[in-house]
Design a protein around this ligand. Structure first.
Ligand code: MN
Length: 203
């Protein structure tokens, strides 16, 4: 019989080297094909034959506290990287507009204040993890999570819908930036796909 794999590694919508000079092509290739690919196949292994098989990733993450470390780590890794590739673009950068900008101004006072807060969250996340802009019931919030956790998880300190995420694992930047995480964070602002972030924010 044929077993249909639940989760698939998505293709990028741009070439591996399209985000240069901000993120180099070799890093993107390894990050997507090896790291994201690994999370995807291990997630499929972890849910195969369990009652999670056939659930969408959001449903799995919502109750992840009841699941194994394999489901938590690989499910988070699968979802987080799907988001990460989408919120970057070779035509990115600049600033958001419309409802998203209004919500940022309302929550943080200004775009620059938001940028500072997000960058600090990314820079100060100890070890491996992510920085997030999260849509919560009480407006936009900046947070960070360890490992492959994310705001969809019931274990997260700040729970809500992640609309922007930055991977600060060393595998995301080490070839080009070595230990200089703040330079990688600053470069990220040049490639943020605000149109996609706005879509995820909704209104
Ligand atoms: Mn990563």
């Amino acid at each position: 019989f044929i077993t249909e794999m639940a989760f698939e590694l998505p293709d990028l919508k741009y070439d591996y080297n399209a985000l240069e000079p901000y993120i180099d092509g070799r890093t993107m290739e390894i990050h997507h094909s090896k790291h994201h690919g690994g999370y995807t196949s291990k997630l499929n292994d972890a849910v195969s034959g369990t009652d999670l098989e056939g659930l969408d990733i959001e449903a799995i993450l919502k109750n992840v506290s009841t699941q194994s470390a394999g489901v938590r780590n690989n499910g988070g890794g699968y979802f987080n990287h799907n988001l990460f590739w989408e919120v970057m673009s070779p035509n990115g950068g600049g600033t958001p507009d419309g409802d998203l900008l209004d919500a940022i101004n309302s929550a943080f006072g200004s775009f620059d204040a938001f940028k500072e807060k997000f960058s600090t969250a990314a820079a100060t996340r100890f070890g491996s993890g992510w920085a997030w802009l999260v849509k919560t019931d009480s407006g936009l919030v900046v947070s960070s999570t360890p490992n492959q956790d994310n705001p969809l998880m019931d274990v997260a300190d700040v729970k809500g819908t992640p609309v922007l995420g930055l991977d600060v694992w060393e595998h995301a930047y080490y070839l080009n930036y070595q230990n200089r995480r703040p330079e990688y964070i600053e470069a990220f602002w040049n490639i943020i796909n605000w149109k996609e972030v706005s879509n995820r924010f909704g209104s």
